[in-house]
Write a protein that binds this ligand. Structure first.
Ligand code: PLP
Length: 412
C-alpha cells in the first residue's frame, strides 16, 4: 500500500513537531536538555494527586460517573470553577461560556477546524507557539505576522490579504510569557491589537497557559478582560481565551479550556464531539479537586522555583555567551530565547551541540510562521536541574564562542 498517495492533500501539511520528535531521541541519552517545553516533574503535587484520585474512586456513584461517557462541554463543577476563575480575572462569564478541552492544544485544533480553510489568512505573533502552527497548518492557511512590539495596521493587514485573494480569519497570540520568547505583550500593544481587530471584524484567539507563572508581578489584564471592558459582555467580545492546567498542575491529565461567547463555545463543542466526545471525566474530577484545594498554595512554590532557575540560566548565559549573542529576560513562564549573530544557523549548531557539547535546545526557526530567524534558539529552564543548567549553558556557551570566533575569522 502506498500510504502517501492514499492520504488527503491536507495530510501533507501535518508536520511533526521538531520538539516532540526530538524528545524521543533524548529519552535515552546523557544530553543536558533545554529542548522540552515541560514542567519540572519534581514539583508535581503528588501527595494531593494520590489523595484526590483515591477520593474520586472511593464512592461507587462518583467512580461510576468518573468512568461513564459524559457531556462534551465538560464536568459541571470544573466548568463552574473555570467560569469563576475567569470572572475573578476580569472576564465575567458563566459555565455556558466554558468548554473543557483535552489540553489547550485541543482548543487550538478545534478553533483551527472552525475558522480556517485552504488559503485563508491567520495573523499570528512571531515568534509563536509551535503547537499552534502545527494545529493551524493542517487547514492550509497563509500567515501574516505581528511582533511583540509591533502590530500592523488594519489597512496593511487587509491589503496584504486582498493581494493574495485571501480572507483574514483570526489573530492568534500568547499574551503572557510566550513560548518560545518568554516575552509578554505590553498593555499598549494589547489595546492596539484589539483596536486593529475590531476594525477588521475578526476574532482574537488568546492562548494564555503561562499567565499564573509570573515571577515579579502579576501580568497585565488579558486581552479577554480588556475586550469585555470595551464591549460590556462576553457575548459581544471577539476574544476566545484558551487556558490550561498543564503548567500549573500537571500536563499528563490533559485538561485545558476555551472561554468565549456562547455561540463559539456551542460550535466548538460540536467540533469536539467529533474529535473525542469528551475529555476523560476522571481527569476532570481530579483537576477540579486540585484546583479547589491545591492550586492556590502550589502556585507560589512554582513561581519561586522557576524564578530561581530563570536566574541561574540568565547568570550562566551572561558568564558563557560571547559578545554578539542576546537573550530575552523573561518575567515568567518557562523559556528564554537566544538571538545569535546573523549567519549562524541554529540547526547546524544543534547538530554540533548534541555531538560535542551534549546539550540540546530547539532551533528557533520552528516558532516563526515563515520559518526564518534561523539564528535563534529556544532554551527551557523549568525542566533541567540547577547544576545541569549551569553545566549545560557553560558547554553551550563554549561551543557558540568557538562558532562565532570562526565566523569572524573567515569574515576577516
Ligand atoms: C503557548 C502554549 N499553548 C498551548 C500549549 C498546550 O498546552 P496543553 O495542551 O498541555 O494545555 C502549550 C504547551 O506547551 C503552550 O506553550
Amino acid at each position: 500500500m502506498d500510504w502517501d498517495s492514499a492520504f488527503a492533500s491536507r495530510a501533507r501539511h501535518m508536520q511533526s513537531s521538531e520538539i516532540r520528535e526530538f524528545l524521543k531521541i533524548l529519552q535515552d541519552t546523557d544530553v543536558v536538555s533545554f529542548a522540552g517545553g515541560i514542567p519540572d516533574a519534581t514539583l508535581f503535587p503528588l501527595d494531593d494527586i494520590r489523595d484526590v484520585v483515591a477520593e474520586a474512586m472511593r464512592n461507587d456513584d462518583d467512580a461510576r460517573m468518573a468512568l461513564q461517557y459524559a457531556a462534551t462541554e465538560g464536568y459541571g463543577p470544573l466548568r463552574q470553577w473555570i467560569a469563576e476563575y475567569m470572572t475573578r480575572a476580569g472576564v465575567p462569564c458563566d459555565e455556558d461560556n466554558v468548554l473543557v478541552t483535552t489540553g489547550s492544544q485541543q482548543a487550538l485544533e478545534l478553533l483551527a477546524k472552525m475558522f480556517l480553510g485552504p488559503g485563508d489568512t491567520a495573523l499570528v505573533q512571531e515568534p509563536t507557539f509551535l503547537g499552534a502552527l502545527q494545529a493551524f497548518g493542517a487547514y492550509q492557511p497563509r500567515y501574516q505576522t505581528f511582533r511583540n512590539d509591533l502590530v500592523p495596521s488594519a489597512e496593511d493587514v487587509r491589503t496584504d490579504a486582498l493581494r493574495h485573494g485571501s480572507t483574514l480569519r483570526f489573530a492568534y497570540g500568547v499574551s503572557d510569557f510566550c513560548n518560545p520568547s518568554g516575552e509578554s505583550l505590553s498593555l499598549e500593544l494589547r489595546h492596539r491589537l484589539l483596536d486593529q481587530l475590531s476594525e477588521l471584524g475578526v476574532p482574537l484567539i488568546e492562548d494564555n497557559p503561562y499567565q499564573e507563572l509570573w515571577f515579579d508581578r502579576s501580568p497585565d489584564r488579558s486581552c479577554a478582560a480588556l475586550a469585555i471592558s470595551r464591549c460590556g459582555s462576553i457575548e459581544k467580545s471577539p476574544v476566545v481565551f484558551c487556558g490550561s492546567f498543564s503548567k500549573v498542575l500537571v500536563p499528563g491529565l490533559r485538561v485545558g479550556w476555551m472561554c468565549g461567547a456562547r455561540g463559539v463555545i456551542r460550535q466548538a463543542a460540536m467540533a469536539k464531539q467529533a474529535a473525542d466526545l469528551h475529555t476523560p471525566v476522571l481527569n476532570q474530577m481530579i483537576v477540579h479537586r486540585l484546583a479547589v484545594r491545591t492550586l492556590e498554595r502550589h502556585l507560589p512554590l512554582l513561581r519561586e522555583a522557576y524564578a530561581r532557575k530563570r536566574d541561574i540560566m540568565l547568570d550562566a548565559l551572561a558568564a558563557a555567551m560571547p559578545h554578539g549573542v542576546r537573550w530575552t529576560r523573561p518575567a515568567g513562564g518557562l523559556f528564554t530565547m537566544l538571538t545569535m549573530p546573523l549567519g549562524l544557523d541554529a540547526t547546524d549548531l544543534l547538530r554540533r551541540s548534541l555531538r560535542e557539547a551534549r546539550v540540546a535546545f530547539v532551533p528557533g526557526r520552528a516558532f516563526f510562521a515563515h520559518r526564518d530567524h534561523g539564528n535563534t534558539a529556544r532554551l527551557n529552564f523549568s525542566h533541567p536541574n540547577r547544576s545541569d543548567i549551569q553545566d549545560g549553558i557553560a558547554r553551550l556557551g563554549a561551543l557558540v564562542s568557538e562558532v562565532v570566533a570562526s565566523m569572524r575569522t573567515s569574515a576577516a
